[in-house]
Design a protein around this ligand. Structure first.
Ligand code: PEP
Length: 236
């Protein structure tokens, strides 16, 4: 059973998110889909939705606080309002565009772990590291586990090479297999692949040994495409 996650990033409004989620929820119910599905809308679109238990709505980001004076951030008070218990941590855009440090990420991770959240934790190397070979790539990735309790029961990992995110360039099956099998040897947790996964390659990628599903940005933002992605992976 594949885990399929959609990261909206800074896309969709409150209204379009609601119609997307309703459409996907109906599709999942009518087709008896048992994939585990995650949808990460922008924080302004978080809400309570009528969805089956195999669909989870998560936060793309939140601060390590219940509430307080952290301008521009949200905390668990805002997530609790909608019963949200899933969070994405360590996404490459937060690491590299918003300069979130490993220590900030680890602090956030510990905070949400203590509260029992399902954490989708992202790791992945930039292009110059990938070009230095597998050993350097793994070294870089392992540093992203600094301060992270990898035995946490509600942890899902996502390997997302930075050079493949939002670029249209997907890692080769061999790249994915090599990195996934190395991570899997060390950490026994579900491991998703992310980075330009598309409707027409999601089945192939999710069938690679050591791949338990996909975290998808760009190709998942149209409800029909996301439904097709779910359809294409429902028998895995
Ligand atoms: C992502 O945002 O996690 C992602 C993998 O994006 P994309 O599918 O657009 O590369």
């Amino acid at each position: 059973m594949a885990i399929i996650a959609s990261n909206f990033k800074t896309n969709h409004t409150r209204k379009s998110t609601a119609s997307f989620i309703n459409e996907v929820a109906t599709f999942v119910e009518e087709n008896n889909i048992d994939n585990e599905i995650f949808i990460f809308p922008p924080s302004t679109a978080l809400d309570s939705f009528e969805i089956s238990s195999n669909i989870k709505i998560g936060a793309q980001n939140a601060y390590a606080t219940q509430k307080g004076s952290f301008t521009g951030e949200i905390g668990t008070s805002q997530l609790d309002e909608f019963g949200i218990k899933t969070i994405l941590i360590g996404h490459s855009e937060r690491r590299h565009v918003l300069n979130e440090s490993q220590s900030e990420i680890a602090k956030k991770y510990s905070f949400y772990k203590e509260l029992g959240y399902t954490i989708v934790y992202c790791i992945g190397e930039p292009l110059e590291v990938k070009q230095s070979g597998l050993e350097k790539t793994l070294e870089y990735i392992y540093e992203q586990f600094e301060g992270i309790d990898t035995n946490y029961e509600n942890l899902i990992l996502a390997y997302e090479p930075v050079w493949a995110i939002g670029t249209g360039v997907t890692a080769t099956n061999d790249d994915i297999k090599n990195v996934h099998s190395a991570i899997k040897e060390k950490i026994d947790k579900p491991l998703l692949y992310g980075g330009s996964v598309k409707v027409n390659n999601v089945n192939e990628i999710c069938s690679i040994e050591g791949v338990d599903g996909a975290l998808i940005g760009t190709a998942s933002w149209i409800a029909d495409d996301f439904k097709q992605i779910i359809e294409n992976t429902k028998d895995l």
